[in-house]
Design a protein around this ligand. Sequence first.
Ligand code: ADP
Ligand code: 5GP
Length: 186
Amino acid sequence: MSAKVFVITGPSGVGKGTLIKQLLERVPNLALSVSATTRDPRAGEVDGTDYHFLTEERFQERIAAKDFLEFATYSGNHYGTLNSELDRCLESGRSVVLEIEVQGATQVRAARPDSVQIFIAPPDESVLRERLVGRGTDSAEAIDRRLKTAEQELAQQDDFNHRIVNDDLSRAADELESIVREATNS
Ligand code: ADP
Ligand code: 5GP
């Protein structure tokens, strides 16, 4: 198996986290990069596991230190992938999965043209609201903001190597697994 960088992107609520969880259970030697963010932890989220939760000041310091492979502002907060996370995983011989929004994915495409870019799309836009409401982690206001951003993100889906429609979860997970296995010869 050759180590690769997989970028998994798509609008909030489309099912990226759910599909990645299944992927990590199905395919060995994959590591999920833990991003940095300035957003507040949700109930149950653990610092260093779900995210590296940083203050605005600390995030800016790490931008200045060029610690990020990519970073973006999304829904009023900053999010970024630390180069150190990527190196830690790749040095251990594992492929790395980045779960990031579309602006960050575009930056990774430029920085690492060998990355495999996968856009997760909804069967139709209305399921995004249903899924975000169903997930129960975001306020009504936060959901509205995320859905507004989703329109811009969906407009960019053709820029990605691969597009998976997450209608039926197990079929979408099969498709994701095939893309990853093919790219890593595993
Ligand atoms: P994202 O990480 O893209 O924001 P999540 O993985 O958190 O999205 O999924 C949002 C919600 O949608 C979750 O409650 C999840 O259980 C649900 N979900 C994910 N995939 C599907 C699917 N194929 N069909 C129905 N519900 C789904
Ligand atoms: P959430 O607040 O729901 O955890 O994440 C909001 C959005 O930020 C999601 O689309 C998620 O994929 C994205 N995101 C998470 N980590 C990163 C990152 O390191 N970089 C970028 N650009 N986006 C990220």
